[in-house]
Design a protein around this ligand. Structure first.
Ligand code: ZN
Length: 246
């Protein structure tokens, strides 16, 4: 499994792009989330024309609005291959609007296939290409589905936005690497985001999991980078980096 870290910023980051990663397993290339400023970073990575699918954790603008630009760029660059969009049931209507906008005023050169995830009928487990997946909701302002992706040798967790639930931490526990949204050093109870105080508890109880923090507010970056140095398994995710796992 290979991971390209596209963006690490929150909704209003001044210099970092909106948080997004590309996961490559065998030849399958999956983009997770697509905010408007993530596209700018995506264009600078040669992986983008080869994307097979996009998964959305939730539909806040900083995680979804870039879909219009992505659809539009694929169309104008002559894509003929189908693009798959994976999302949980109920999210498809808004995403469909973004897709239509992306094709608006142009001939539609390729198909977009929506694949709806319904954990109740899928027994909590589903496939995205060669990846075996499970998801859990987080505590967030809108419904956010964190996701565990299992490749042939590696398990990855990506939280999307929001604090991890006990069920979500069970998914983290069995992973090699976990990307965790971490807005600030410390947030009030019920804030709807994760914070460093919560992450360090998880990291202490899961020494075999490599924690990668992203979606950190501009004002918190310095303090969090310093705090992360104290923990062997907490890292600040760096935009533009690519990681090869095993
Ligand atoms: Zn966000």
């Amino acid at each position: 499994m290979q991971i390209h870290i596209i963006g690490t910023g929150d909704a209003y980051a001044s210099s970092r792009a909106n948080s997004a990663i590309v996961v490559v397993e065998q030849d399958f290339k999956l983009l997770i989330d697509c905010g408007p400023t993530a596209c700018h970073q995506l264009w600078s990575n040669p992986v983008w024309p080869h994307l097979d699918a996009v998964y959305f954790t939730h539909l806040h603008p900083d995680h979804a609005l870039g879909l219009t630009s992505l659809i539009n760029r694929f169309n104008s660059s002559g894509r003929r291959r189908k693009l798959q969009i994976y999302c949980h049931k109920g999210k498809e209507q808004r995403l469909q609007q973004l897709v239509e906008y992306g094709f608006w005023s142009d001939r539609k050169n390729y198909q977009v296939e929506f694949i709806l995830i319904d954990p109740e009928t899928e027994n909590g487990s589903f496939e995205i290409g060669p990846l075996q997946c499970q998801s859990e909701e987080t505590f967030h302002g809108v419904t956010n589905h964190s996701i565990q992706l299992q490749g042939s040798n590696t398990r990855l967790f990506y939280s999307g936005d929001g604090a991890i639930t006990p069920a979500g931490s069970k998914l983290v526990e069995s992973c090699d690497i976990a990307f965790i949204e971490c807005q600030a050093m410390s947030l009030a109870q019920g804030a709807g985001h994760s914070d460093f105080a919560k992450v360090k508890q998880l990291a202490n109880s899961m020494p075999n999991v490599e924690f990668m923090l992203y979606h950190i507010a501009d004002s918190e970056i310095t303090a969090m980078s310093q705090a992360a140095c104290e923990y062997v398994n907490i890292n600040i995710a760096i935009q533009g980096e690519s990681l090869k796992l095993k």
